[in-house]
Design a protein around this ligand. Structure first.
Ligand SMILES: Nc1ncnc2c1ncn2[C@@H]1O[C@H](COP(=O)(O)OP(=O)(O)OP(=O)(O)O)[C@@H](O)[C@H]1O
Length: 619
């Protein structure tokens, strides 16, 4: 499929508070065409606009982008285009804690239709692993793969559903020359099967440069060259730029058009009519593609590759059919392209849930940290308040005990997500953009996969502090104590997820505690002058989930018909637990009502996070 773009502009508008900053045009009415069957690269000096162009072409970024995008000379249907293309980002965002084969099989379960048998999925995955030289590492955990293997794995994952258009941002970044050549040869082989492959590259060496069929050079937002690699030097001489024989043409054009050389940029951009002219373009794609016919069974020989990949591997990919000059109907040879997603929402949920549970189970260090954190904190709090819950002279300690428990759960759960969720969002963004699944099944699977560990760890802590502090052996009281702490965990986790879905780790770690502070202030406000709290403050205080937790815990500990406390001194004002409840003006409150409020807040934060994620993914 051919991608064309005409008068493409990309303008970055300053944020509303940057009043003195004027809008900046990054891409300046550029034109161009990337044809099927060719490995094309966008190159240019740093800051030339390469990633911006790739983002605009792939649909990854459409804010501030204007101009015409076409597919096979027809205006592009963005929805269909998203189904036909994939985008492999520069940073290798690969799911951790899984072996290469497991990750590919999960991807196959998500990306191939339910009608494909598991055995067939394994065959497809194995073939792709063979072709990309990943078979030997198939049982290696993804976090232990080398940079080059990670890059090939990113490509392998996207090849599973055989997209005809592949965009890659800097596929060679972080790789040495040999690995870069290997990666580019693979891409070239895949392109020569009929795919359209476009990647950005900063400054390729002479040997890497020769691997591209089509080069698009950008500088300062203008197109300064478009065509084949071997036509670049003759083209440059026509405008008086003579590349020495021993010089790498890629280096030469970049040096000749870096930011300082505006004259050259203007000359070259005029000579190419800012990408409109592709006079120097000479297709190198093989005859097979030029005939625009795929082999009947879709099996195509890959060109010989260097390295440990044996030559002539078969990539059993079905033929890619498309609307072209002689074909009026868009033929969708994969049912995945006719429907929104290849698998049902339920099946996506099950696969994602399985994947998340496996990842959590494999994360032994994380599980151990959480286990010892809850165990040690539970023991520490238990020792501090050991057998004090029956002492009528310890009113302040009772209050500290209730607040301390709520604070422990709040900070533990919210901060874990503030720190961990931004990375999860990055992974989600990549998979979601490449249409592996929709947001709803993902979100549900994510929420439910977290429940078992939170329940388990929170129960360790609450059981320890409950029994060590000497609270009565009553099932209902113990159950309520656990449920309230658990709900506070879930609400706090929801708040952490909300922060993590909006902010990066650095900003989130400032915003997270900042958000908790007002809830904390409202939670402890007015306990010593409970009857003088203004009505408006009472209403505002209802909005603090920490307060709901503290109130719920205080009533659970001292209410519900608790017997008189022990008094070891001559007078204990709070010997009767009812006096505590009346003193705090909680006699009209009920723990079950606080539980309902906490459930409401839990749902509220989950919805907010869902919408924040949706916004983030569509932006
Ligand atoms: N959202 C944005 N806000 C402000 N400036 C931006 C934005 N996106 C891109 N730019 C600016 O546009 C210019 C081109 O950016 P882009 O990332 O496309 O360059 P590049 O050619 O890929 O560079 P490099 O090779 O260094 O990655 C840069 O100067 C960059 O600062």
């Amino acid at each position: 499929m051919d991608i064309q773009f005409e008068n493409l502009n990309y303008e970055v508008k300053p944020s509303f508070w940057q009043t003195k900053v004027s809008p900046r045009t990054i891409l300046k009415s550029v034109n161009g065409r990337f044809a099927a069957g060719e490995l094309a690269c966008i190159m240019g000096p740093s800051g030339a606009g390469k990633s911006s162009l790739l983002n605009a072409l792939s649909g990854y970024n459409y804010k501030g982008v204007s101009g015409t995008l076409k597919l096979n000379n027809q205006p592009r249907d963005e929805k269909l285009f998203r189904k036909l293309s994939c985008y492999i980002m520069q940073e290798d965002k690969i799911q951790p804690m899984l072996t290469l084969n497991e990750l590919m099989m999960f991807a196959a379960e998500l990306k191939l239709s339910n009608n494909t048998l598991m055995k067939e999925k394994q065959i497809i995955v194995s073939e792709i692993q063979n072709v990309l030289g990943l078979s030997e590492s198939k049982n290696t955990r993804t976090e232990f793969l080398s940079g080059g293997q990670k890059k090939r794995l990113s490509i392998a994952l996207e090849l599973i559903n055989n997209p005809p258009i592949i965009f890659l941002d800097e596929p060679t970044s972080g790789l040495d020359n040999v690995s870069s050549a290997y990666c580019l040869q693979l891409l070239r082989g895949l392109a020569h099967q009929g795919r359209t492959i476009v990647c950005t590259i900063h400054q390729p060496s002479a040997s890497l440069f020769q691997l591209f069929d089509h080069v698009y050079v950008l500088s300062n937002g203008y197109c300064v060259y478009q065509g084949s690699t071997d036509q670049m030097v003759p083209f440059l001489s026509t405008v008086g730029l003579h590349c020495p024989l021993t010089y790498n043409p890629a280096d030469y054009i970049i040096e000749a058009t870096d930011g300082e050389e505006m004259d050259n940029i203007t000359k070259l951009s005029a000579a190419t009519k800012n990408g409109k002219l592709s006079l120097y373009k000479m297709r190198k794609a093989n005859d097979y593609y030029l005939k625009k016919k795929m082999s009947l069974n879709g099996e195509v020989l890959l060109p010989e590759l260097n390295g440990n990949v044996s030559a002539n591997k078969m990539l059993p990919l079905p033929p890619i059919k498309y609307k072209d000059d002689d074909d009026d109907d868009m033929v969708k040879d994969r049912d995945t392209w006719c429907v929104d997603f290849p698998t049902s929402g339920w099946s996506q949920f099950c696969t994602l849930w399985k994947r998340m549970i496996l990842q959590m189970y494999r994360n032994k260090i994380g599980l151990n940290i959480q286990f010892y954190h809850h165990l040690i904190c539970g023991l520490a709090v238990g020792i501090v308040f050991f057998d004090k819950s029956n002492d009528g002279a310890q009113f302040f300690n009772h209050m500290k005990f209730c607040m301390g428990n709520i604070l422990f759960h709040t900070f533990t759960q919210s901060m874990v997500q503030v720190l961990a969720f931004p990375y999860e969002v990055k992974l989600l963004k990549q998979e979601y953009f490449n249409r592996w699944y929709s947001l709803r099944p993902y979100y549900l699977a994510f929420q439910l996969s977290r429940v078992p560990s939170i329940v388990f760890f929170s129960s360790i802590y609450t059981s320890l502090v409950y029994w060590m502090s000497g609270l009565p052996n009553e099932f209902e009281r113990f159950a309520l104590f656990n449920i309230i702490c658990l709900l506070v965990c879930f609400v706090s986790e929801g708040m952490g997820l909300l922060v993590g879905s909006i902010f990066n780790v650095t900003n989130g770690s400032a915003v997270g505690p900042m958000l908790i502070t007002p809830f904390l202030g409202l939670a402890i406000y007015g306990f010593d002058f409970a009857y003088q709290v203004p009505h408006i403050m009472e209403v505002i205080m209802e909005g603090s989930f920490l307060r709901c937790g503290v109130i719920g815990l205080v009533i659970t500990v001292f209410g519900m018909g608790r017997k008189s406390l022990h008094c070891g001194i001559s007078y204990c004002h709070f010997k009767d637990p009812n006096i505590i409840i009346y003193y705090l003006n909680l006699h009209r409150k009920h723990p079950y009502v606080e539980i309902i409020k906490l459930v409401g807040m839990l749902v509220f934060f989950r919805f907010l996070t869902y919408f924040a994620l949706r916004r983030r993914l569509s932006g």
